[in-house]
Design a protein around this ligand. Sequence first.
Ligand code: KIV
Ligand code: NA
Length: 269
Amino acid sequence: QVKRPVPPDIRARKGGTPLVMLTAYTTPVARLVDPHCDMVLVGDSVGMVLHGLPSTLGVTMEMMILHGQAVARGLERAMLVIDMPFGSYEEGEAQAFRNAARLMAETGAAAVKLEGGAHMAPTIAFLTARGIPVMAHIGLTPQAVNTLGGYRVQGRGEDADRIRRDAVAVAGAGAFSVVLEKVPEVLAAEVTERLDIPTIGIGASARCDGQVLVVDDMLGLFTAFRPKFVKRYGELGAAADAAIAAYAEEVRARTFPAAEHVFGEEARK
Ligand code: KIV
Ligand code: NA
């Protein structure tokens, strides 16, 4: 039995075997991903993936706590990280601490993740100094979709300097790792080399210290849209559709339930 990693263990894996991370939002999926992952993220992507919201902006603390508790029940060996939802940390350090502490206390998560670079550095330092490990998230930050103007690649050309500054700022503030979302490969490689904390890529090439994907994306369960960086390792959506269609057909044909699913008057010998 391998020891369950804690944030300093994750940090110490900088430059080593790539870190494996997936999202989960429910107990059964947490049980599936747990044996294979170093870290499991209860992402605010839960709003879009499970609740049908148009963006992550409508995700609440209550949703994160409910899904965080469900995921925690399914984990034994992977480290649990939970996203701070939009509006729960941006006002200031005290608000961020209050909500981060609540997320950790009510779910048992080992760390929180929050979006933002240089402007969030004081908050990251504040939380870290007070016992809350922070995973930063820079590059494409979906909670900022309205100011970014979409879900485009970040850090191309002149914009690369912004991402470099963000990376250095969050690492300097004490983040134990940083998600790099949707940035060009050369920039991801440069940032990974420059920082002494692990970079976790999503749409940021294999030249990061680890990878994260939304589990429903890689399983082919969430198919509303597919970003270029998603690789489908399964087609569970198609498999589910076929199963549901077969059920509907058999109900209409009265071939389900069959004899083996039916109770007789007498107990079987
Ligand atoms: O919410 C989420 O799932 C995320 C990851 C994709 C990094 O933030
Ligand atoms: Na997120």
